[in-house]
Ligand binder design. Sequence first.
Ligand code: PMP
Length: 308
Amino acid sequence: MSQSLAYFRGQIVPIEQANVNVMTHALHYGTAVFEGIRGNWSDSEEKMFVYRMREHYIRLLQGCRMLMMDIGKTADELCDITENLIKDCGYKQDLYIRPLAYKSEELIANLKLQDLSSDFTLIMVPFGAYLESDGALNCCTSSWRRVDDTIIPPRVKISGHYVNSILAKTEATLAGFDEAVMLTPDGFVSEGSGENLFMINDGILVIPPVSDNNLTGITRDSAITIAKEDLGMEVLERRIRRSELYFADEVFLTGTAAHIQAVGRLDSRNIADGETGEYTLAINEIYQKAIRGENPKYRGWCTEVSVN
Ligand code: PMP
């Protein structure tokens, strides 16, 4: 039997008991850092495969350094807490795992990061597809520019800067699109609202550098590794112009929640024939096996958790 539990104030408690006070600093100012991790359930092995968990916690701890938060835990300790919560919750289906480090001080009218207490909490929910599209995505270029590193560093998952992604995603979906492509303030391609972006031309994988205000994506790293090592593709990191996307052979997005999904249309123009391209399909096929521990080469990317 499964139950909804949280790791909260150092203990595992029923989710209803994991509540913060309205004075909490993070609630007012977005002074928090989060992660999104997938637990992928394998029916054949009767186990949860948690995908690249340690890398997610290393990125969380980088975000904590940015916001001067000492949560008093190492990446390995955070992995242990996560494994224990997965076992206690007992879900036997795909999960979205959400760690959150936050400024827990119950103090408002204070804009200094120093001297504010911090805490760490963890929740997990059953989760299927994030982007509700069977085939290639229909995207638009957002009128909202991606937050710049000179404003709030977007390379880590600081809660406050997600207002930027949320404005873009809201605008795109209200206009009938699946997802937004965001540009840097000086007009180069940055990423999706919650995904990194890839372009393929003549079999070469082209990606914007992280310095163009995108997240240091873990799925991005997986797709690069698979493209290079399994498909022998050349990977080129360079700035990308918006108009290049219209003429690309293939464009796809990557993210923990989104997985790997092709962009078939951008700004009401088809990209190639508008369908998922052959390289995107090939990378995705290998990735889908890797995240469930079904590819021996990438088994090390997964932490196996037995659930009773
Ligand atoms: N960019 C943004 C803005 C995101 O929120 C995410 C999701 N974490 C990604 C990219 C993809 O990163 P990852 O593959 O590590 O989930």
